[in-house]
Design a protein around this ligand. Structure first.
Ligand SMILES: CSCCC(=O)C(=O)COP(=O)(O)O
Ligand code: MG
Length: 228
């Protein structure tokens, strides 16, 4: 079998629990988003993402209040909007820096990432969370600063996670052939897209989820079960 040289990992449901994202990060951003936008309305980056959100919603002219309500609705719907994710990331920064939370890591993840890195594998992240949010997530993790382990980060600016072209772009960006790359995720549609681009796949089915008798992708209960 072709050697794996690069591992690309999803975050939510793969390295970390869905509940940390949904029950800690999303409510933190939801509570602070209206005030954050009001107080940062003259910041170029905030203006850019508010404009992108309006464009995504097909709104030609909107008041700031209407955009805020739109973004709050998208948080509730867990919409994987690049604009929303960028704004959420800016808000989460304050919470990490103030020590209000640290990113959850499943217990074996940090040691396994260190081991893979020690074996010479190159590690990357591909998540719907913005690249700045991903960097904060691994920098302020429960298992310490894991950010130095990663050679690169990709978000939906590279493309949607359920489209195979996104994985081809990641392969091009890191200069690796798809068959030497392993993509880890909890979402079958993401794994299908990665496999269609020629990547190897690993399906994380964290307990209490059961591993099916004939899984559609190689399936693992945790990172220790993966042998790249
Ligand atoms: C990077 S931190 C927050 C994660 C997030 O907002 C999200 O939508 C996670 O999606 P994933 O693609 O990692 O399942
Ligand atoms: Mg996921």
């Amino acid at each position: 079998m072709t050697a794996i040289r690069a591992i690309v990992t999803d975050i939510e449901g793969t390295t970390s629990s869905i509940s940390f994202v949904k029950d800690v990060l999303f409510p933190y951003a939801r509570k602070r988003l209206p005030a954050y936008i009001e107080t940062h309305a003259d910041h170029a980056e905030v203006q850019h993402w508010l404009h992108e959100a309006a464009k995504e919603a097909g709104i030609v002219e909107a008041t700031r209040q209407e955009i805020i309500e739109l973004l709050l609705r998208w948080i509730d719907e867990d919409r994987k909007s690049t604009a929303l994710k960028a704004l959420q990331g800016m808000i989460w920064k304050d919470g990490y820096e103030a020590g209000e939370y640290r990113a959850h890591m499943y217990p074996e993840v940090a040691a396994r990432l260190h081991a893979w890195r020690g074996e010479g594998l190159h590690l990357y992240v591909y998540s719907s969370g913005s690249v700045p949010a991903q960097k904060l997530f691994f920098r302020y993790s429960e298992a310490g600063d894991l950010a130095p382990l990663f050679a690169g980060y990709f978000d939906t600016e590279t493309g949607p996670k359920r489209e195979s072209d996104s994985y081809r772009r990641i392969a091009d960006a890191i200069g690796e052939r798809p068959e030497h790359m392993l993509f880890l995720s909890d979402i079958v549609e993401e794994l299908d897209a990665a496999a269609a681009a020629g990547l190897r796949t690993g399906w994380l089915l964290r307990p209490p989820q059961a591993i099916p008798a004939k899984p559609k992708h190689p399936a693992y209960a945790d990172f220790n079960a993966i042998q790249p």
